[in-house]
Design a protein around this ligand. Structure first.
Ligand code: SAH
Length: 464
């Protein structure tokens, strides 16, 4: 970083500009937004400059800039549109101790003026060290569009409320209050009128004061397999009341929609084998928010107690004396078995069912293959796509029948649900060919019941 960005206090400070043409006008339009004392030196100033001088916005001296003119000035702009004159004036200003900018001459300038997005008092300065002015302009245009015009007003009203906010404990409680103001309550009140903002702030402060008096709490909520109608009533209520929702990748957008609009939504999505928010970070987030008195919903897909790393999170918050409870949800195996019209257990076929994970922290997970390889065993394999070949190999090696039915249900309960009917002998190849991108549950030892098969229009050729 060759150019270090700073925000210069301009009140009472002297800024001098040499030049009276278009380049001078462009710079002055910007400088007039500040509270600096602006002095312009120009033998032939443009009419606007004369008007600004008459209105008392700047002082104009109708002659060329010269020695002594930058005494006590912080900044000097050479905007003469004449290289020789820029060079002459810049040399004097530099000698008199002002920081010098020569318009359109990056190499000889001691500072540059960034592209500015102005939502006073919120100011965004964008600089590319002269490398890509086009890029700076594009970023500026993008931000201009994105930042509401009312942001400045909100910030000004907020600034006047700063000392009132000190009633909240320093740290997260206060930060949460301001976040709520700038992103929810403030813009909402502003839609009504500017006058509505201050009363809204008063109410918001009372709400947050009430909150920080409460003890933080974490509800570990099972979000089910994806269909929002498969949420429990308890899960819905918890979502309705949450201040903070910390959710996983598999939670569907329709379910997130059900959370309170003011709730802080934190995505800690885990990508199979890919990058993810570390468990330690998730634990820290839970503790941090609970310590401000937040009512947290830790939303996990399916049932939180099934392959959900729930115990690690409970240990972390218990270590800080934070209260918690679990709201059960419908696990993927339940949703998947329903979609193929089968039972997880059935008298005379299997009186036990196993929930397995295809991989654990060490890689592909080992299981009691000998028992599983016996006839009529049923297992629901979670996270089983990548480990399909491994599971297949182990079971065949332990004597399982290659014709044992295997059914893979992708996106169970969701609009894009798919069912793949296969067998132990061909499962790895079929799963690879199906190129499934959604979460998939593999049933070992279960084929779709005939009626369910018809309803889902499942291809039959893979059935053993
Ligand atoms: N706690 C979750 C499981 C988390 S592990 C539960 O109880 O369902 C993630 C695995 O769950 C996925 O790899 C996939 O095997 C399975 N899964 C989750 N949602 C699913 C869905 N809608 N359809 C099929 N499998 C799903």
């Amino acid at each position: 970083m060759e150019h270090f960005p700073i925000f210069l206090a301009t009140t009472g400070r002297r800024i001098v500009l040499s030049g009276g043409g278009d380049a001078a006008l462009a710079k002055l339009r910007l400088l007039l937004k500040t509270s600096a004392r602006i002095a312009v030196f120009a033998a032939h100033p443009a009419p606007e400059i004369v008007q600004w001088a008459a209105a008392g916005k700047l002082t104009l001296t109708k002659r060329a800039y010269d020695h002594g003119d930058t005494i006590c000035a912080a900044l000097f702009y050479a905007a003469n549109e004449d290289d020789a004159e820029d060079k002459r004036t810049a040399a004097i200003a530099r000698a008199e101790g002002a920081l010098v900018n020569i318009v359109d001459n990056l190499g000889d300038s001691q500072f540059i003026t960034p592209a500015i997005v102005d939502r006073d008092p919120v100011t965004v300065a964008i600089g590319t060290e002269g490398a890509a002015p086009v890029l700076a302009r594009a970023i500026k245009a993008d931000l201009e569009e994105r930042l509401p015009a009312t942001l400045g007003t909100l910030a000004r009203i907020g600034k006047a409320f700063r000392s009132a906010s000190y009633a909240l404990p320093f740290g997260r409680a206060r930060r949460d209050f301001w976040r709520d103001y700038y992103f929810n309550t403030g813009p909402e009140a502003m839609r009504e009128s500017e006058a509505a903002v201050r009363p809204a702030l008063d109410t918001l402060l009372q709400t947050h004061l009430g909150k920080s008096a409460r003890d933080g709490h974490v509800a570990f909520v099972g979000g089910g397999p994806g269909d929002p109608e498969l949420l429990t009533l308890k899960a819905r209520r918890a979502l309705d009341e949450a201040d903070v929702v910390i959710y996983d990748r598999l939670i569907s957008p329709e379910i997130l929609e059900l959370a309170r609009r003011e709730a802080l939504m934190i995505d800690v999505g885990k990508e199979g084998f890919g990058p993810s928010t570390s468990q330690a970070t998730i634990n820290d987030l839970l503790v941090e928010h609970a310590q401000t008195g937040a009512q947290i919903v830790r939303l996990k897909s399916g049932d939180a107690t099934v392959f959900g790393r729930l115990d690690e999170e409970i240990d972390a918050i218990e270590a800080h004396g934070i209260g918690w409870h679990i709201v059960p949800g419908i696990t993927a195996a339940s949703a998947a078995v329903a979609s193929i019209g089968q039972s997880l257990t059935r008298r005379g076929r299997n009186d036990a069912v196993r929930f397995l994970t295809g991989h654990d922290m060490k890689g592909f997970a080992d299981h009691d293959w000998t028992t599983l390889a016996r006839p009529n065993e049923v297992a629901a394999i979670y996270m089983g796509k990548k480990s399909a070949r491994f599971v297949q190999g182990r079971l065949i090696m332990h004597g399982a029948d290659r014709a044992t039915p295997v059914t893979v249900i992708e996106n169970a309960s969701r609009a894009d649900q798919r069912v793949l009917e296969t067998s132990l002998g061909s499962m790895a190849e079929d799963i690879a060919n199906a190129a499934m991108t959604g979460p998939a549950l593999t049933f070992y030892g279960l084929a779709p019941r005939a009626a369910a098969r018809a309803a889902h229009d499942i291809p039959l050729e893979e059935t053993a």
